[in-house]
Design a protein around this ligand. Structure first.
Ligand SMILES: [Zn+2]
Ligand SMILES: [Zn+2]
Length: 305
């Protein structure tokens, strides 16, 4: 029997602060989506790994971050368009809502200010500053960070993670044979969501002692017109794919690792997707067919082997 892992990139405005035209609907729904997910997880008693942007631990800031080695202008959104939007820059109760939930969630890190670790401009000192700030802000709240989710899934500077006592990270989903099929990206995404079961993954320890817990499936990677058409024919294709993934984890060893952002819950159908997934998962768990783990629990298990 395998297990199922759910991880979340919890960032409010920070996932988009460096973009010229950020997706407004997602940003405006980020806070509500976060609260809604906590309710959904409680309703089905499903724990998740919440990788939280460290800046959200702050109650306020000067918008300058003069001692932070980020490039000039990195915090410009705080001083400009989001100057009067503290709701996008600070957690203001959202981290406590995870911690105080009746479900035993894990709180991990999604960096301090969503610096993309694999960017050419991200040197070791910048990566270290992002981790240092995140770890110490968490420590002020008696939290020790174990799991890391890379902004934009850009895996780099793993040695710096290990130095800051992180124990695991979410690696990229394995490449699939489907990627070579003709038909282009929309068709490939449709196939991924409907024809094939998403892959189970195997966690492995790397040369720095970190456990890589690769992703299996991004739950909101198949959107737009394609989703509307597919959904009108077959109900929600992502829910179908997820059920196959959970069933595979029930039959074999391995992990089915889903991930999303709270800001993916933009419309009622997005909430319905999550409820359908969690209901199926909770049912299989209650029947003893699969277990549910956090990334930190996976890392502990692998390290103990
Ligand atoms: Zn700030
Ligand atoms: Zn992110």
């Amino acid at each position: 029997m395998g297990s199922v892992v759910l991880s979340l990139d919890a960032e409010l405005g920070w996932g988009f602060h460096d973009m010229e035209s950020p997706p407004t609907a997602r940003i405006e729904r980020a806070r509500a989506g976060w609260e809604r997910l906590i309710e959904c997880f409680e309703a089905f008693e499903v724990p998740a790994t919440w990788a939280v942007v460290g800046h959200l631990f702050l109650e306020n800031c000067d918008g300058e971050h003069a001692s932070h080695p980020a490039p000039e202008g990195w915090f410009a959104a705080e001083r400009g368009r989001w100057r009067s939007r503290p709701d996008l820059r600070f957690g203001d109760g959202l981290i406590e809502a995870i911690r105080d939930s009746a479900v035993a969630h894990e709180i991990g890190s999604h960096s301090y200010s969503h610096v993309v670790f694999g960017d050419r401009g991200t040197n070791r000192a910048l990566a270290a500053a992002e981790l240092e700030a995140s770890v110490s802000l968490a420590r002020e709240r008696d939290l020790s960070l174990e799991s890391f989710v890379y902004p934009r899934n850009d895996v780099a500077h793993r040695d710096v993670l290990a130095e800051h006592d992180l124990t695991c990270y979410r690696g990229r989903a394995p490449a699939r044979e489907l990627d070579d099929l003709p038909g282009g990206r929309p068709l490939r995404k449709l196939r991924e969501a409907t024809i094939d079961a998403p892959p189970l993954v195997t966690p492995r320890r790397d040369e720095f002692g970190l456990v890589n817990v690769p992703a299996s499936l991004y739950l909101f990677g198949f959107e737009g017109l394609g989703r509307s058409i597919a959904q009108s024919i077959w109900a929600d294709p992502v829910v179908r794919g997820v059920k196959r993934g959970i069933d595979a984890a029930a039959r074999r060893e391995g992990i089915f690792h889903m991930w999303l952002h709270p800001n993916n819950l933009v419309a009622p159908r997005d909430v319905r997707r999550m409820e359908a997934i969690l209901a199926y998962l909770a049912d299989r768990r209650d029947r003893g067919a699969v277990s549910i783990e956090t990334m930190g629990e996976v890392a502990e298990r692998v390290a103990a082997r």
